[in-house]
Design a protein around this ligand. Structure first.
Ligand code: LLP
Length: 445
């Protein structure tokens, strides 16, 4: 579905859906960005509640339109926060967690256990016990070690547990190598190609306390192409039919993971949710028709696509260094500590001059962070108006994997996060303090 908003400049297309420019001032969720920066300080991450809700609804609507029995599972690693989990819960989505920490956040937000799935390639015995004790719905098994651990735990508790198995289909989704997960050379899942997936299924089918619902794979992220989903679904359903013939696998649930892309820059926009929904649903139905499977329950696992667009990072400009005929560095008060994505994946971001939107954007600059690392660059060679110290810069599409992957490098405190809705800002993560930094290291002995 296309949402309506004022089209003032191309970046509106990647900003939260409630973004407006009035008299040259940018607001999100009815909150003026200058006012937010003044009240909460910078760097500041802003999440727009309405965008999260509308995108959840879009996912449910578009997938349900193409497939009868479908669930949307928000991958909390994109941004794990109690207030966001609550929104996700209210919108009726499921979630997945990959650590005891993400589970703790889910528990703190009272997220219903029967809508939680536990992913991860190296869950500890302790984490598995915590998850089982909370009563989470499914555990997606990722290794032989995990089969062993889980079997031991379930036997000791005489408890039957619903599980999925993560397989790796050796299919390249053509994204960054570091975020590619379904190729042969990957730490994730049981490879179909090497025979591990078959071996794991044959083992699990013999275990009394395992209720194997079906098969999951996740190719990587972000995936801008539709073909890899189609190929992988076809291959994994073919494999599943062989597993049915050999070991009696009953495909009650099928999950092609997440990986749905969002727009970071205006010249690389992703397919629509409806396109992903159509290709995935058609491929699952086609494969099931071919191998005479009843249509299984379909689970898709968007992370980035749920929260990415709702989030915007706001920085203040500090030092400006001009190197004639080379480059102008505009340094801001955050950087790789709150957004490591450009440094590790070469990710591109758009930059919006919050208070100078109506000026000419004709000055080529590089926006640098404040961390002690030459690779701490947020956006290289972007066009912005003449800037001066104190100006605010906004980075759209900062809602996924920024705060989630943030660090205290250089002992920089992590930024505050504010959820905006109908003109009201709500602090959902406070800015860290020096006391927070010291607390984990002082008085140890
Ligand atoms: N399901 C599984 C099993 C996953 O491993 C992931 C992401 C997702 C779902 C959600 O993927 P999404 O829809 O968000 O693309 N730090 C990287 C992304 C790592 C994603 C890891 N797994 C980045 O900043 O791009």
């Amino acid at each position: 579905m296309e949402h309506k908003f004022t089209k003032n400049f191309p970046e509106m297309e990647i900003l939260p859906l409630t973004s407006r420019v009035t008299q040259g001032r940018l607001s999100i969720g009815g909150c003026d960005l200058h006012n937010l920066a003044e009240e909460f300080g910078t760097p500041l991450y802003i999440y727009d509640e309405e965008t999260i809700r509308l995108i959840c609804k879009d996912f449910i609507r578009e997938f349900s339109h193409c497939y009868e029995d479908v669930k949307i599972e928000y991958s909390t690693k994109a941004f794990s926060n109690p207030s966001v989990n609550r929104i996700i819960d209210e919108e009726g989505l499921h979630i997945d967690v990959v650590t005891g920490g993400e589970l703790a956040i889910a528990i703190a937000s009272n997220f219903p256990a029967n809508r939680i799935n536990f992913h991860g390639n190296n869950k500890s015995e302790h984490e598995l016990i915590e998850a089982i004790e909370y009563g989470i719905e499914t555990i997606t098994i990722d290794s032989f070690h995990e089969i062993f651990l889980l079997d031991k735990i379930l036997k000791s508790k005489s408890k039957k547990q619903k599980v999925m198995i993560r397989v790796s289909p050796s299919i390249d989704p053509h994204t960054h190598l570091l975020t590619t997960t379904g190729i042969l050379d990957s730490k994730f899942g049981f490879s179909i190609e090497t025979g591990d997936a078959e071996k794991a299924i044959s083992q699990i089918m013999k275990l009394d306390f395992f209720d194997l619902l079906g098969v999951h794979f996740h190719l990587g992220s972000p995936i801008f192409e539709l073909d890899p989903y189609q190929q992988a679904i076809d291959y994994v359903i073919t494999f599943s039919s062989r597993m049915r013939d050999l070991y009696g696998l009953n495909l009650r649930r099928f999950s092609p993971g997440g990986g749905f892309a969002i727009g970071y820059v205006t010249n690389e926009l992703p397919p629509k949710i409806s396109d992903y929904a159509r290709i995935i649903s058609e491929s699952v139905k086609k494969g099931c028709d071919k191998y005479k499977f009843d249509y299984p329950e379909l689970i898709v696992e968007p992370g980035r696509a749920i929260v990415g667009r709702s989030g915007v990072a706001i920085y203040s400009v500090g030092a400006i260094k001009e190197i004639p005929d080379v480059r102008t560095y505009v340094s801001v008060d955050g950087g790789m500590g709150d957004n490591i994505r450009p440094a590790i994946y070469g990710s591109q971001y758009s930059v919006i001059p919050v208070g100078k939107i109506n000026h000419k954007w004709d000055n080529k600059v590089t926006v640098a962070g404040k961390f002690c690392e030459s690779g701490d660059i947020l956006a290289r060679d972007v066009f912005l108006p003449e800037l001066s110290s104190g100006d605010l810069l906004a980075l759209p599409s900062s809602g996924a994997y920024c705060i989630g992957m943030s660090s205290n490098y250089n002992m920089q405190v992590r930024p505050a996060v504010v959820l905006v809705n109908n003109g009201v800002p709500k602090l959902i993560k406070r800015r860290e303090t020096y006391k927070d930094l010291l607390e984990t290291s002082l008085n140890i002995d």
